[in-house]
Design a protein around this ligand. Sequence first.
Ligand code: NAP
Ligand code: ZN
Length: 346
Amino acid sequence: MITAKARAVDGPDQAFRSAEINRRDLDTTDVLIEIKFAGICHSDIHTAHGEWGPVNYPLVPGHEIAGIVTEVGSGVTKYKVGDRVGVGCMVDSCGECENCIKGEEQYCLKGNIPTYAGVDKYGEPTQGGYSTHIVVTEDFVVRIPDNIELDAAAPLLCAGITTYSPLHHWGAGPGKKVAVVGMGGLGHMAVKIAHAMGAEVTVLSQSLSKKQDGLQFGADHYYATSDPETFEKLAGSLDLIINTVSASIDINAYFSLLKLDGTLVNVGAPPEPLPVNAFSLIGHRRSFAGSMIGGIRETQEMLDFCAEHDIVPSIEVISADQIDEAYKRVLASDVKYRFVIDTSTI
Ligand code: NAP
Ligand code: ZN
């Protein structure tokens, strides 16, 4: 058994505390990663607060992991000691179902094994990246390109792939008008990636307070959703909307912004329902879709795309003692634009 230092939480209203956790001894296909940085995703907060359902505490969140390989199992072929690598939201899947074979392991028909708050193949609870080390089978590890620093790479493992995947799937590119709702961790990556793909990008944020940043990230237009004129001005104008908002919003107002055959993809995962008025969709043959992270092959493709286009998340590096404060700031939409824990401070 390998012992790692971690930061864990014991209940929905608890503060983070220091902990020691066990990582399994390496299987033949496992790699041991010394974690250098771990991003804070809003999903960590939903989970830690028990908003998505019951959780087995203590919980060590973190699924935006960047680090260095320090040991490999005897059968590992893809990685060697010293490699710069990342781990995202899942650490295993059945590998045999239709979806796994397609490289869409996130949609494994038997359920992928999440990086934390899951159960691994040995029946042990999985614990995430707010820790110093993790053991992962090599097929669920990706390579971080040399020109992306490890601290900036971490958020790509969830915020990056979760926005890249639907933008790619729904054809964001030249001639397409794409809007991003909510400019937090996921939203700011959606802006940067959609811009790099060649789309005309509009940000729909609660206020104009982050407008300069949005334009600098590559947005062509930036509107406040608190202004009712925004919805009149943009009515029927957009091909694709990526909704990254972590809370329930009046989704019907956003459908009205789509053109004929336009699609709104929800990546935000609020615990509350998003009530849909059928008439908002049927009038212009609009679609309402969802999308969850991305497969491992696509995650590597996204990292290479970001390296090629010089895209990096905008981050604020914090120490492990600042996790509780960072959670409060994310909940107040006061994040520019991803908190990343320096795990050497754990
Ligand atoms: P985040 O950094 O907190 O960003 C969410 C943004 O939504 C905020 O910055 C804010 O943007 C806007 N917002 C928040 N509350 C709002 C409200 N009440 N009304 C209107 N707008 C509001 O969160 P994140 O890490 O990007 O995650 C966003 C959501 O995606 C979470 O629900 C998370 O669980 C989910 N998620 C899903 C996947 C997936 O696979 N589908 C993966 C990762 C995360 P403005 O200040 O610009 O308005
Ligand atoms: Zn996430």
